[in-house]
Design a protein around this ligand. Sequence first.
Ligand code: NAP
Length: 488
Amino acid sequence: MAADYDVVILGAGFGGLGMAASLKSANIQSFVILEQEDALGGTWRDNIYPGAACDTESHLYCFAFSYHLGVSRLYARQPELLAYAQRIASQNELEPHIRYGQRVVSADWVENETFWRIGLASGTVVTARIFIPAWGQLNRPFIPTFPGQSNYTGTAFHSARWPRDIDLSGKRVASIGNAASAIQYIPEIAPAVNQLVVFQRSPNWIVPRNDHLYSTEELKRFSDPVAFTEDRRALFDWRETTFERMLEGSDDAAEMEQLARQHVQAQVPDPELRAKLIPDFPLGCKRVLRSDDYYPALTRDNVTLETAAVSSFVPEGIITTDGTLHPVDVVIYGTGFETQSFQGPVDVHGLSAHSLRDTWKDGAFAYLGITVPQYPNLFLIYGPNTNLGHNSILSMLEAQFGYVVQAIEIILERPNQAIEVREEVARQYDAELQASMAGTAWAGNCTSWYKNANGRIVNNWSGTVQSYKDITAELRPCDYLRTVQSAR
Ligand code: NAP
C-alpha cells in the first residue's frame, strides 16, 4: 500500500512552517502539516498576554530564508511575530498543505509497509513515509495544583490562555509566577488593576532589555536586505560570544551577574524589596530575563511582592503558608509549561512496537536532538537538547531543517526505504552531550524547566549555535542503518 504522503509534519508553529518551507525549497512536495488548532503560529498564536514579545532581537528571530525586514522594534512583539509566521506560510504557499483542527493522538511505525500510521482525534488515519513532529517545547500550559483550588470563585487562567475579552481594570489580581512570561504582563496590567499580588517562589536574574522602537533612519537601513544581513551577522556573532556566560564560574557570567545586580540596585530603591529579588543560584541556571519595566512595576503602591508560598485556595482568594488570606478577583498562572515529555499526549510507537514514552522514561534524548534509535524515518524539530540560553532558537531550527532534508532525500531515493540512527551512535552522542553539561550554569543548584526530576538536562544544547551547525551540516550515512522492504 502506498503512503498518503511522503511527509507528515505535526504542528504549524515556527518549527513546522520552517520545515515545510525547506521541503518546498528542496522540491519535496508531497507533505501535509497537521495542526490541532484553527490557526497557524504556535507559541505566537497562543501567547496573546499584554506585553508578549520575544527577547531575542528581531534581526535574529527570523529565518535566513525570510528576513523580518518590516519589523518595528528591537524586540518584536506578538502581533508582528504572528504576522511573520503568516508571511512564511503565504510566501512559501504553505496554506494548501495545512490541515487545521487535526489533533494527532498517535503515530505507529508499520514495518511491513515502511510508513507511519498517524491517528487523529477524529478517528481519521493518515499515512506517511516520514513523520516530523514539530510539537514545540513550550505549548502545554502547566498549572500547579493547590488544596481548595476548585472552590475558588474568581476568574483564573494561564498566561498562554489569556482571555481576549478580559478587563482587569479595578480588579484585585494575583500572579502566581514571576518568570519570562509574568515579567512581561505584570508591567502592562499593573497600572490598570486595583491591586496586584505577585507570588514569587524564587527570584530571577534580570538584565536591562533596552528595547526601543526603530527610528526612521534605522527602519530605512533595515529595509535593505544587504544592510539587514550585515547587522544580523554582527548580532549573531556577538550573541555567540555570550555563550561563555552560560558556563558556571566564568568571568563573563560574573560580569553579567554584576550587570543584573546594578540593574536591580538602580531600579529598586527599597533595600528590603531589593533583597527579595536577588537569586541565590548561579546566573544562567534558570533563564536570564531581560526587562526594563518589571522592577519599576513592583515599586508601585498597588503592587505587592509576596514571597510566602501559596498554601491553598479558598473561595475568595489565596492563603499563604504564613496564614494570610489574599482576597483576589483574578488569578493568573504564569507558571510555565510541561517541558519534559516533548511528545505530550501523542503516543508514538516505533520498531517492534517500542513506545517513545518508555524509551524516554528517564528523560528524552535524541541524536542531534533529531533522531531516536528504533524510530525509523522519524525526525524531531526542536527536540531534546536543542534549546538555547544565549542565541536565537530559530538558528538551531534552521540547522535541523537542513539536516532533515538530507535525510529525506536519502529515504526518497528508493521506494520502501527507511533509515534509523544506530543505537551506539545515539548512545555515545548522548553520553558525551550530558558529560559536556557539567560545567554549564544549567547544572547548578536550582530548579528549572531545562532539567528533569533526576537532574538530567533534557532541553538545552551544551554549546554555541555554530558548534551545533557544524555537527548537523552534513548527514553522515554511516550513522544510520538503512533498510529496504521488498516491493509488495
Ligand atoms: P517558567 O520560566 O517556567 O516560569 C514559571 C514560573 O512559575 C516561575 O516563576 C516558577 O517559580 C513559577 N511556579 C511554577 N510552579 C509554581 C508553584 N507550584 N508555586 C509557585 N510558583 C510556581 O515559565 P514562563 O515564564 O512562561 O516562561 C517559559 C519559557 O517561555 C521561557 O523560559 C522562555 O523560553 C519562553 N518565553 C520567552 C519569552 C521571551 O522571549 N521574552 C517570554 C515568555 C516566555 P520557580 O522559578 O520557583 O520555579
